[in-house]
Design a protein around this ligand. Structure first.
Ligand code: EPU
Length: 360
């Protein structure tokens, strides 16, 4: 027991440059994905330092094995076993790399839990990411899908990231422009899918932030609590309350957050739809020629909200969230995905695409 505690503490303080790499065979990934899907990794290692990453990389190269990088597993659906060396990223740490009178630059290592970074910022009273509090997942996963919530996206504060190229073994810095951020999208979902192990992310936070309070749910909570001029901490607390009331905790009910993206359609297509469904909800898109329609609304209208199909279903308080109630297989989840897509298509003629990363 004493040994176990010592091991744990030594892990906590392990430097960026030391190694205790352990590669395991045939590891069940169920506890490494929040949808709790059973899939096996042919090889699996937890990576605590950059040196361990380099060693794992060299090992996989020698065996001619692909590497699959896993963060918090909160936005992923394993549809089959993974014939690769799966690396679970646990490289942690947050540092203030620059500070001026008006701003602070934070560099977070990629295996750090995203909300730990937000907590750190909020505690220091530095603004810009408070609306992203409690978005599940790691810092390294955040740029891959340009995480967003309540009117804020990672790209708004992002400065750069450092990544390890799994092809060449070299490091590369990516600027915001090179990341090609868009709605739940980046270059790491397309051209560079699976190519890089993100090592750290740098964000620039403001000491006098302009808080983003336009989102309907935030406005409602502020007026309910009689708060006129909220501070950063109060906004973070309100975000916690909103998420708590709408989104299921993956530790209690297995899910991967929003399962689908909100479709963006042309203004003319939207107008036609609005004639048929005058109560349709919509938002402006970042692309001026498009309108965003909430997939949660479409799925609810198509009759799926709170309805179970065997072990799966769309959550009763937020129809965009696919829940695995009891030990569903990937097949059963994928059948639900198709069922919902078809239901929405039949009613509205719109195709909704998964936001969750489906691994084939
Ligand atoms: N709506 C319904 N029924 C539902 C769900 C939603 O009618 O069952 C309506 C709501 O009333 C609202 C609109 O749809 O008018 C939008 O709903 P909500 O504000 O809950 O946001 P969302 O578009 O469903 C997006 C993100 C979430 C993020 C929230 C808050 C995507 C795919 N999802 O959801 O992100 O937390 O906005 O900003 O963009 C995630 O990515 O995992 C995630 C949870």
């Amino acid at each position: 027991m004493i040994y176990a505690v010592l091991m744990w503490t030594s892990r906590m303080y392990l430097s960026y440059n030391s190694s205790m790499l352990k590669i395991q065979k045939q590891v069940d990934l169920r506890k490494h994905n929040t949808l709790k899907i059973a899939a096996k990794a042919a090889y699996f290692a937890i990576i605590y330092s950059k040196v361990e990453l380099q060693e794992a990389y060299a090992w996989a190269k020698k065996k001619n094995l692909p590497i699959f990088v896993l963060g918090g597993g909160s936005n992923i659906l394993f549809s089959q076993n993974i014939k690769a060396l799966v690396l679970k990223n646990e490289i942690k740490g947050i540092s203030v790399i620059k500070e001026t009178k008006t701003a602070a630059w934070l560099e977070a290592r990629s295996g750090e839990w995203w909300s730990t970074l937000v907590h750190f910022a909020v505690t220091h009273n530095w603004g810009g990411i408070e609306n992203l509090y409690y978005v599940p997942g790691t810092v390294g996963a955040a740029p891959v899908q340009n995480i967003g919530a309540y009117g804020v996206e990672l790209k708004d504060t992002f400065v750069s990231l450092l990544a390890f190229d799994l092809q060449s073994g070299k490091e590369k810095i990516f600027t915001a422009e090179e990341c090609k951020f868009a709605y739940r999208d980046s270059v790491f979902k397309h051209k560079y899918k699976g190519r890089y192990f993100i090592l750290s992310v740098t964000v620039k936070l403001s000491k006098n932030p302009k808080l983003k309070l336009d989102y309907g749910d935030i406005k409602a909570k502020l007026s309910e609590q009689g708060i006129k001029k909220p501070n950063i901490r109060q906004v973070a607390e309100i975000i916690r309350q909103i998420r708590d009331s709408k989104l299921p905790n993956p530790a209690v009910l297995a899910n991967a957050g929003s399962f689908f993206k909100n479709p963006e359609i042309s203004i003319s297509a939207f107008k036609k739809l609005q004639l048929r469904f005058p109560e349709i909800k919509f938002f402006p898109s970042a692309r001026p020629e498009k309108i965003k329609v909430p997939a949660g609304w479409l799925i609810e209208q198509a009759g799926f909200k709170g309805k179970r199909f065997g072990p799966v279903g769309m959550y009763e308080n937020q129809a965009l969230i696919l829940v695995n109630y009891e030990g569903a297989s990937a097949k059963q989840v994928l059948a639900q995905v198709r069922r919902v897509q078809l239901g929405v298509y039949k009613k509205f003629g719109l195709k909704i695409e998964p936001e969750v990363n489906i691994i084939n």
